[in-house]
Design a protein around this ligand. Sequence first.
Ligand code: 3PY
Ligand code: MG
Length: 258
Amino acid sequence: MAKAFHLAESLRAGETTFLGWLCTPSAVIADMVARTGFGAVNIDMQHGWHDAASVHDTIHAVIAAGKPAVVRIAVGDFAFASRAVDMGAEAVIAPMINTAADAAALVDAVKYPPVGKRSWGPGRAMALGGFADAQAYIDWAGTETLAIAMIETPEAVKNLEAILAVPGIDGIFVGPSDLSLTMSNGAFVDGRSLLIVDTVAHILATTVRHGKIPTMFAVGPAHAKAVAAAGYRLVAIGSDQDYIAQGCADLIAAATRE
Ligand code: 3PY
Ligand code: MG
């Protein structure tokens, strides 16, 4: 089984990691999802129903199951990005990063000086990761806690080079639903729309050219397979809501098939 506290290393080695996604604030569901084939598990504070206590408990459950934990913060909630890494998250995904200034605020929260302005207090991360002392943690955290900026608007695409050039930004995460919503100026949401295909390819190529990690949310397994084959390395495939709905639908369909 994969061990936690290795996510940055595997992504930098070019490995594709499928990312479990938790909206439900339940350590039991976190444990169940982390024990499947997902290589890492994200806890969603933007569109999920988590609070600080449930993020803490689900991070613990994911790490206890041997997988790296990731947290997506709510829009602009950079204070929670620091708390997430303190609790043991190995990566923070920040939605709606539209400018280099937004990206710098994310880095400030996730990275210690001299790169950022993260304040000291990683008690849970040190305990869960088995770090011997403060120096061992700070040496590891300098390169291995990831700041990942979501690109999901035309403004972000326009500023992509500047966002990627911010020291301490490790990668980007494409939000295809919002990208389709914003690129169509509110006309529709379709993360697999032809409208965004060229932009998604452009984001991948630009991110790779900057030596940063390209990651993405996929709408279903076929989409996940395609974006992973294209080169996106950390790929989410829907959320726990989809896993349960799809699992139930498959069971009922199989049980009622003639
Ligand atoms: C999007 O597709 O906009 C997302 O934020 C996925 O989580
Ligand atoms: Mg989004």
